[in-house]
Ligand binder design. Structure first.
Ligand code: NAD
Length: 396
């Protein structure tokens, strides 16, 4: 089958197995070129197939020689439909881990369910004994509550007031104004239920109860703060409220784990092109402006550089982990540098459809967006016939 990108709205509905494999190999080779991390040995990553979760899994395995279990929600190929990018990424990850003699397993299913938690715990007990790091990196538009069956949907909206700002259709380059109505109380409640900390805590409680984590285990979940420009729709909006809930959960989990030497953190990461962030209004235009400034300053990083720094310069160092006044790890430090933010704000004022390619790295944004699905990757022949059916070796 010849696989080309097919877009619907802002999403790409096809993925290229060879392109995804190459992207994973590139991330692995970056980690292997860095000094080893004296880090975790048995790791569970929930939300492990793309973005920050995949990069965390790669750093754990290839930077710290950890055995890993990845939990994610992806689909294999069926008929004329390709598999999702996360499926191909995970297949490539598992093949590479096996070559290095590292254990790695995949559990595909709904991480919010009791069924998948129980299945994961059984697998930990049989294959790894206990895990010493749990990364929680789920980004999802909906969640079915495992106890009540209620279906929650998350929305990306401001609170209290209508928000208007510039946004870009990154496929056409058209800059326009996005106006978003404030969320209702119920939308806020549902967003917190999907993207807040309840499920993370359910995972840690279940793992602890089953004696499937080490006494000094570390757990980390990811958050974003970002600049003033996006605050109304992100940090001060529904998602920000969910992230506050995630931080409160981190504090509760930290108390729970620290009695035995364990720890729980939120890491605030940089804005990056991922399937989740491309769905947020305003954010792709901000990321395009940010990329240009950071690339010019030589401080640009992707998911893998961010996660390598999180492991090697924060989570697994001798002594105290540097945190901010909310006890959050700030790996978004380079993004938030005042000179970078000042330059982005200046550009933001002038941005329109005519100058967007000149003033921002929209081209780079689009390249990375298609790269998420294995397209636009160098040295891949996209006219070649490829088999979309790819097996994940240790799929449980
Ligand atoms: P992503 O879309 O690339 O990855 C999400 C992962 O969650 C995938 O592996 C997917 O399979 C998995 N997933 C989704 N629903 C699931 C379910 N029901 N069961 C099991 N797995 C499920 O997202 P990302 O951008 O890497 O985001 C991960 C975390 O990082 C989120 O908490 C996000 O808020 C945070 N973050 C993202 C950015 C950014 O700019 N992308 C910045 C800072 C923090």
């Amino acid at each position: 089958m010849i696989i080309q990108p097919k877009t619907r709205g802002f999403i790409c509905t096809t993925a290229h197995p060879v392109g995804c494999e190459k992207q994973v190999e590139t991330q692995i080779s970056y980690v292997k070129q860095q000094p080893a991390v004296n880090g975790p040995k048995n790791v569970l990553v929930v939300g492990a197939s793309t973005g920050y979760g995949l990069a965390s899994r790669i750093v754990a395995a290839f930077g710290s020689r950890a055995n890993t279990i990845g939990v994610y929600f992806d689909k294999g190929a069926e008929g004329v439909r390709t598999a999702s990018a996360g499926w191909y990424n995970s297949a490539a990850f598992e093949a590479a881990a096996a070559k290095e003699g590292l254990k790695s397993f995949s559990i595909v299913g709904d991480a919010f369910s009791d069924e998948i938690k129980n299945k994961t715990i059984d697998l930990i007990k049989t294959e790894l004994g206990k895990v010493d790091l749990i990364v929680y990196s789920v980004a999802s538009p909906r969640r079915v509550h495992p106890k009540t069956g209620e279906v929650f949907s998350s929305v990306i909206k401001p609170l209290h007031e209508v928000y208007t700002n510039k946004t870009v259709n990154f496929h056409t380059g058209e800059v326009s104004e996005a106006t978003i109505e404030p969320a209702t109380e119920d939308e806020l409640r549902q967003t917190i239920a999907v993207m807040g900390g309840e499920d993370w805590k359910m995972w840690i409680d279940a793992l602890q109860e089953a004696d499937a984590i080490t006494e000094d285990a570390t757990t980390v979940a990811y958050s974003y703060i970002g600049p003033e420009i996006t605050h109304a729709v992100y940090h001060d909006g529904t998602i920000g409220a969910a992230k506050n809930d995630l931080q409160q959960t981190a504090d509760v989990l930290h108390e729970q784990l620290k009695q035995n030497g364990g720890r729980a953190f939120i890491s605030v990461n940089k804005a990056l092109v991922t399937q989740s962030s491309s769905a947020i209004p305003v954010v792709p235009l901000y990321i395009s402006a940010l990329y240009k400034e950071m690339k010019e300053a030589g401080t640009h990083e992707g998911c893998i550089e961010q996660m390598y720094r999180l492991f090697s310069e924060r989570l697994y160092i001798e002594g105290e982990i540097p945190v901010d006044d909310k006890r959050q790890i700030r790996i978004d430090d380079l993004e938030m540098r005042p000179e970078i933010q000042a330059a982005v704000s200046k550009v933001w004022e002038q941005l329109n459809t005519e100058n967007v390619y000149e003033l921002t790295d929209l081209e780079g944004y689009r390249k990375e967006f298609f790269g998420l699905f294995g397209f636009n990757v160098e040295d891949i022949d996209y006219e070649a016939d490829v088999d979309p059916n790819v097996n994940i070796t240790n799929l449980k």
